[in-house]
Design a protein around this ligand. Structure first.
Ligand code: DGT
Ligand code: CA
Ligand code: CA
Ligand code: ZN
Length: 572
């Protein structure tokens, strides 16, 4: 068990206690313990000393015993007792956006809802609306949540796929040179299953290593050239072993997308050739290419096509004209323009964020803590923001060759005004404006609100413009074209938020924004130093939208970045 898995068990116990209507203090103690374990610096095992656990905040004698039992066995008597009385399907109901344990408890006890299906029936019959403290609006929201859940069913976030793929690859013998293909390699925002390819090497048995991994829950198929397993969390992983002379053709084939492959094969056919996952063959069935992808594309008269573009969106024609764009790359990015510190809801200090970003090779960051309207995130008012600016200026005196820009993620208020006074905004280097409330507003209202913010002379960037959370909340009704137009006119950048659940702008929106002449920034929105690694997901999303470095402002040195925003007459 990893700490994360132990924490998940504690959270699940908290959920089940709350469903049962247990008192809030008891419920809270499990939730707090889950949080503590999730953040704990050392790995907890069944052999960890209970004194060591009891030094952690909120963990006493009985919790430490329970945690050690979970670490050793994966479960504990309390959890088993609860699972015996609470239907498994009711725990699925908790995954419906807008349904917490308290609601699930009421649905269970009063309407005998036991799974998502019976919840949907109860909504359709109107019974949910009739519950105390519910009403028609909540019922509608639950139905929408169920639909959203079903649309994303069976797919995982890019970051989750990355974690699984890295763990699998780590356990395969290195001489077989494992690589990930499929939608993961294309950088799609969600991934169905994970496709791994390995080179056939005499005397090496990667299949045994693969099917024997500790995280394997089920072996679907164990063959010499292909195996399929389901790992913890229900995710399918496929491994294929490929003879070296076919490796490029296989990588091309299994990277997809299927539509891209069809287009490429059509081209091969028109040239009298045949392309398969084994290679490119001429009319006499002699292999003329296949060892590398570049060789395969080259033999078809095409430039090598970056995986992110392989969606049959015009890339094959452009590759034939040798006119593919030079896409932005991770190492082009010099700065990160959205992150949070302990001043609002971040886990680390400004200095820690700066040092972590510098260690990742960046030249500058902007600290963009929340503003006061976001009370839940401990947002800053004008006084605290001014003090934070002082702290940042002092820190910059000490840092050589690295710049911390003073920024703020300012709330856009309901009428489009900003949550921080203009004279304080004028002191900042970077103003990022975002909407976090009223996301269900009609198109006209949300569009007017965001356009007005973009028109504000101090606003440099509109953050996570569509407001969607993958698998949890649809995008707002914003008229994106109207916002992009304003951003172009006012030298305001649109953010590509790299948070794996946001990826907002999404790939299609990036392409649209660039077609209309807009500029982008790719930011992590990190709330801890570790999340600075998310940048890669934002870069992939931008690449999927055909973004070139000249249109991504944070590929510029800090002076160039400032110059762009000043052209609007605003900051800095
Ligand atoms: P996913 O797993 O749903 O996120 O998406 P992919 O793109 O990884 O799709 P997957 O895992 O079904 O197959 C991996 C790649 O293999 C796919 O992108 C293209 C190729 N492929 C699979 N089945 C077919 C097929 O029937 N025809 C063609 N042309 N290619 C296929
Ligand atoms: Ca796949
Ligand atoms: Ca697959
Ligand atoms: Zn935000």
């Amino acid at each position: 068990m990893t700490n994360r898995e132990i924490a998940d068990v504690l959270d699940q116990i908290g959920d089940m206690l709350e469903i049962q209507g247990e008192n809030v203090f008891k419920v809270r103690s499990y939730r707090r313990a889950a949080e503590t374990i999730g953040r704990c610096r050392f790995a907890i095992t069944g052999a960890t000393a209970s004194e060591q656990l009891r030094e952690l905040p909120g963990i006493g004698e009985s919790l430490s015993q329970l945690i050690l039992e979970v670490a050793a066995t994966g479960t504990c008597p309390l959890r088993e007792q609860l699972l015996a009385v609470i239907p498994q399907g009711l725990l699925d109901v908790l995954r419906v956006p807008g349904v917490g344990p308290k609601t699930a408890g009421a649905l269970f006890h009063q309407l005998h809802v036991t799974d998502i299906r019976s919840l949907e029936e109860a909504c359709r019959s109107g019974a949910v609306a009739a519950l105390p403290r519910m009403g028609a609006k909540s019922q509608e929201r639950i139905l929408e949540g169920i639909a959203l859940l079903q649309r994303s069913a069976g797919r995982i976030l890019l970051s989750e796929a990355a974690a699984i793929a890295a763990r699998v690859i780590e356990q395969l013998p290195p001489p077989c040179e494992p690589v990930v293909a499929g939608s993961f390699r294309r950088g799609r925002e969600t991934v169905g299953d994970i496709d791994i390819l390995a080179v056939e090497v005499q005397g090496l048995d990667p299949m045994a290593a693969f099917t024997g991994m500790p995280e394997v829950e089920q072996v679907l198929l164990h063959g010499d050239t292909r195996s399929s397993v389901v790992v913890k969390g229900g995710v399918q992983v496929d491994l294929r072993v490929i003879p070296r002379p076919s490796m490029g053709a296989a990588l091309q084939y299994f990277t997809g997308s299927q539509q891209h492959n069809i287009r490429v094969r059509e081209r091969a056919g028109a040239m009298g050739l045949r392309l398969s996952e084994y290679g490119l063959f001429d009319a006499d069935d002699r292999q003329i290419a296949g060892a590398s992808e570049a060789e395969v594309y080259g033999a078809l008269g095409l430039d090598w096509i970056p995986p992110e573009l392989r969606e049959d969106a015009g890339e094959v024609a452009r590759a034939a004209e040798h006119a593919l764009p030079r896409l932005v790359e991770l190492h082009d990015v010099r700065g990160d323009l959205q992150m949070h510190s302990q001043w609002s809801d971040g886990a680390h200090t400004i200095r820690q964020m700066a040092e972590a970003a510098r260690a990742r090779g960046l030249d500058y960051i902007a600290i963009t803590d929340h503003s006061k309207a976001l009370g839940v995130a401990n947002g800053l008012d004008e006084d605290r923001l001014l003090r934070q600016i002082d702290e940042i200026r002092a820190l910059n005196q000490e840092l050589e060759g690295f710049t911390v820009l003073a920024g703020c993620e300012v709330e856009i208020l309901a009428d489009g005004r900003l949550d921080i006074a203009d004279e304080v905004l004028a002191e900042l280097d970077i103003v990022l404006a975002c909407v976090h409330s009223g996301l269900n507003a009609p198109s006209e209202a949300i569009t007017r609100r965001m356009v007005r913010a973009a028109e504000h002379p101090h606003v440099c960037i509109i953050g996570h413009p569509s407001g969607r959370l993958i698998g949890q909340r649809d995008r707002t009704a914003l008229d994106l074209d109207a916002l992009i137009r304003t951003c172009v006119d006012t030298h305001t950048a649109l953010e590509v938020n790299s948070g794996p659940q946001r990826l907002d702008l999404c790939d299609h929106d990036v392409r649209r924004a660039l077609e209309m002449g807009a500029h982008l920034v790719i930011s992590t929105d990190a709330h801890s130093a570790e999340s600075l690694s998310w940048l890669t997901y934002g870069v992939q999303t931008a690449r999927r939208g055909w973004a070139t470095p000249d249109r991504v402002l944070n590929t510029r040195p800090v002076a160039g970045l400032r110059a762009f925003f000043t052209m609007d007459g605003g900051n800095p």
